[in-house]
Write a protein that binds this ligand. Structure first.
Ligand code: ATP
Ligand code: MG
Length: 245
């Protein structure tokens, strides 16, 4: 396992009674949950459940219509919160006219990282991007673009990490590296995913949302106990999600 340390304390994450509408569409309906400092949690739910909206509120890109989100005791929109947050959006777009390495060094410099070149090399190797470090982003394959976007989101070893479908498009060896890397970080993590096998290895806890509200939360062990003996976890989750419509 690759172990990375930062010297900042991982904060709690709290969403309290958040409602968010897009016009007439109610995306989040009185949503509440909490992650303790250093807790790693998978955010599950069917398409349109409100996962990406939740993450956007937590990183300060959207503001709730009602209720509030907090990173420790900070507002997500505050400068201090932005400094300690790492966020991978679902449609991340690195600078297309810069190379992979240039993107990492540029964002790393903006984030105030001391040894940008060293950190860049570490991430390039972890994500198997060495072959493409000089390639312009506009020419990358979808998976390699995702690897770069992920690297950019965590280059500053943030104590709080929000990742929206981080392993989408990644080949299996890279998925393994990313899982080990994330497991070795000292941070509070909320990761949305549709891949249960990944959820189980990335997180200690699951928050399942549907129609913008929490429908279930607990540990993965609790989730497994809801199924029949030897029932795959995918099947348990599918049944739960179908039952709520
Ligand atoms: N910009 C927008 N304008 C209008 N409606 C939106 C917008 N973004 C999201 N929505 C709606 O809000 C709801 C929640 O969307 P959201 O993207 O948060 O879901 P999700 O759980 O991330 O889904 P997916 O698994 O497909 O990524 C959906 O009904 C969606 O159609
Ligand atoms: Mg989404």
């Amino acid at each position: 396992m690759i172990t990375v340390t930062n010297n900042q304390v991982a904060p709690s994450i709290e969403v309290s009674n958040v409602t968010k509408k897009y016009g007439n569409v109610v995306a989040l309906k009185n949503l509440s949950f909490r992650l303790e400092p250093g807790e790693r949690c998978a955010l599950l739910g069917p398409n349109g459940a409100g996962k990406s909206t939740t993450l956007k509120i937590l990183v300060g890109l959207l503001t709730p219509d009602l209720g509030e989100a907090k990173i420790g005791n900070m507002e997500p929109t505050s400068e201090e919160a932005r400094r300690i947050i790492g966020y991978l959006p679902e449609d991340a777009s690195p600078y297309r006219t810069l190379s992979v390495r240039e993107n990492l060094e540029y964002i790393g410099a903006l984030r105030g990282i001391e040894d940008v070149a060293l950190k860049t090399d570490k991430l390039i190797d972890m994500l198997k991007l060495r072959e493409y470090e000089k390639a312009k982003v506009g020419r990358l394959s979808r998976g390699n673009l995702q690897k770069l976007a992920l690297a950019l989101s965590i280059i500053h070893d943030p104590p709080v990490i929000f990742l929206d479908e981080p392993l989408n498009y990644l080949d299996i060896p890279t998925q393994e590296n990313v899982i080990s890397y994330l497991n070795g970080l000292n941070s509070t993590q909320l990761v949305s995913t549709h891949i249960m096998g990944v959820a189980g290895r990335l997180a200690d806890k699951v928050i399942m949302i549907s129609h913008g509200a929490v429908m279930w939360s607990g540990t993965l062990m609790d989730l497994k106990k809801l199924g029949h003996e030897d029932e795959p976890i995918e099947s348990v989750v599918a049944r739960m999600l179908v039952n709520v419509g």
